[in-house]
Design a binder for this molecule. Structure first.
Ligand SMILES: CC(C)(COP(=O)(O)OP(=O)(O)OC[C@H]1O[C@@H](n2cnc3c(N)ncnc32)[C@H](O)[C@@H]1OP(=O)(O)O)[C@@H](O)C(=O)NCCC(=O)NCCS
Length: 162
């Protein structure tokens, strides 16, 4: 299997130059996957974490075609991983793995800046994706719950900060 050349960028923060265009590219990947492919309502895709979130975009090089995204936010005592999506035609290239690792690197740097010795990352996982997160050390916590009309499970990863 030959993996298409690609890069992951962290898009500029809200209010910074270049944010809108790149955020829209992340959002379009999400709409394609969560709305058109999986059938979630388009209106639930945009939430109140868009502006405060740190968005990552995986794009092919040299075409810069957007194919994957993930979002990191700071919660109350934990970080949150959300909106992980890779376009259907580009799955199984380890792009999902790279996006999860890019988010974890960002969490490590942020936690270090804030002098934390340990950081927790929360993800609300669709049930079928639980084995994917488990590969990266995420463990189930609590009962399944409904989110946007589909069953989800809280998965938590504990990261030691050196
Ligand atoms: C989940 C998703 C991001 C995975 O992306 P991907 O690029 O295909 O995943 P990768 O190629 O990086 O897979 C990494 C590993 O996880 C495994 N994996 C991928 N999807 C999996 C799944 N649904 N269940 C179990 N394992 C999975 C791969 O086989 C691979 O294993 P390996 O490293 O041992 O070979 C992608 O399937 C997707 O976008 N799904 C639709 C959106 C979605 O459900 N997002 C999650 C919301 S909670």
């Amino acid at each position: 299997m030959s993996i298409p050349p690609h890069e992951i960028i962290v898009i500029p923060a809200f209010g910074e130059e270049g944010r809108e265009v790149l955020w829209q590219q992340c959002f379009d990947v999400r709409l394609d996957v969560f709305h058109h492919e999986q059938g979630f309502p388009a209106e639930t895709e945009k939430d109140d974490l868009e502006d405060v979130g740190t968005h990552f975009l995986l794009r092919l090089t040299p075409s810069l075609k957007p194919v994957g995204t993930i979002r990191a936010t700071r919660g109350n005592g934990y970080y949150k991983l959300s909106r992980l999506a890779v376009l259907k035609d580009y799955r199984q290239y380890r792009f999902g793995r790279e996006l999860v690792q890019a988010l974890e690197d960002w969490v490590r740097a942020d936690a270090k800046n804030n002098r934390l010795s340990v950081a927790k990352i929360h993800s609300h996982s669709q049930l079928y994706v639980k084995p994917f997160y488990a590969k990266f050390g995420y463990e189930s916590e609590g009962d399944e719950f409904d989110e946007d009309g589909a069953p989800h499970q809280l998965m938590v990863c504990t990261v030691q900060i050196d």
